[in-house]
Write a protein of this length. Sequence first.
Length: 445
Amino acid sequence: MLPTSDHYWLLNAHVPVCLIAGDRPEIAAQQNADGLVLVDLEIRTGLVELIQVARSRPNPTQETSPLPSLDLQGGQVWPCFVDIHTHLDKGHIWERATNPDGTFASALITVEKDAAQHWNLEDVYRRMEFGLKCSYAHGTRAIRTHIDAIGEFSQQSFEAFRLLQQEWRDRLILQAVCLAPLEMFLTPEGEALADKIAELGGVLGGFAPVHPELDAQLDRVFVLAQERGLNLDFHTDETDDPDSKTLRQVAAAALRHEFTGQIVCGHCCSLAVQSPTEVAETLNLVQQAKIGIVSLPLCNLYLQDRVPQRTPRWRGVTLLHELRQQGIPVVIASDNCRDPFHGFGDHDCLEVFTLSTKIAHLDRPYGDWPRAIATTPADLMQLPDIGRIGVGLPADLILFKGRTFSELLSRSQHDRIVLRSGRAIDTTPPDYAELDHLRGFTEIG
């Protein structure tokens, strides 16, 4: 049982070395083949006071005033997760808005119809809140959500986000990104949207499909962002069309404008079906522009290459390994949950990491892939104290019984312990029945 004291030890904890902040060669030298090291962590007044190789200090029972401790017996300890790409405004509408054929085109139409019929302030607020409750219970510390910014309902979505950002400020760091067609930014409406995002302290963004005027649209977005000191986050190349090269156009625009803010591009699926020469040219520009790439394996696996009565031929995942080898920050995230774009999901970053490891072969060696749901997205969200375990940092930790990666990724780890400032929280996910009162939901039973 976790000690109730505000000063205690977590003993014999396996921690991925890549998630330990700072240069700790004496600890890194003890790591095993999977990059795990057995350590003791001292927790004091909500912070990590000390990290050292396990059993490198005197036995606590021999100390004059022994501190209480919990022996994890080799179970893993991770920092709380960072989920950099979600769509909380769409989440959990599946029971009233199923995707008839599982395709991207049908998802767009279905969400548009649902928004027109149901998206008032209470509806969006309750569904977004449900997603936050799931994320918090599973161990997430920071979330970035894209919010649809077109149509009358968008005002309700932004207001719901504003309320939740304030109400959850002590539990979750929330960032908003506007999701709009880039041509919108050539209009006064687009400039007003940029002002709204600046007021929210958010991120300017949109989806960038192939378009003859895309370069001009991107130029305008970059100018708006520079004028307001905003970072950028785009949906790019969410397709298996090899002629879709909008990621390259974003990178070229960043270099044209000498943009110094942080840029993130999500999906980037078409890289996987382009020639080695095309890939090399794009990756070179992306690296120069210092763009971070977000892969969404679960959602893209669900949507991509859907043809009725035919087995899908590809996974819809971008070139994770090649991007990382180029020195480009690569992360994974949960994306859509229980909506027409992805009929499943529970806002659990461990599930995302587990399935992504199997889908994209992020194992053997695991290397620094655990950073993809913790440290790296925190860096891209400019949160230097989140997503890592370090002396002097908050003891926002997740304790797993899984001692090895094989154990961690083979069972659900539903019995994990989540610490916030060194204290265990209630990890019970919200009951789906919480959403039953929302108009249009299918009755169960």
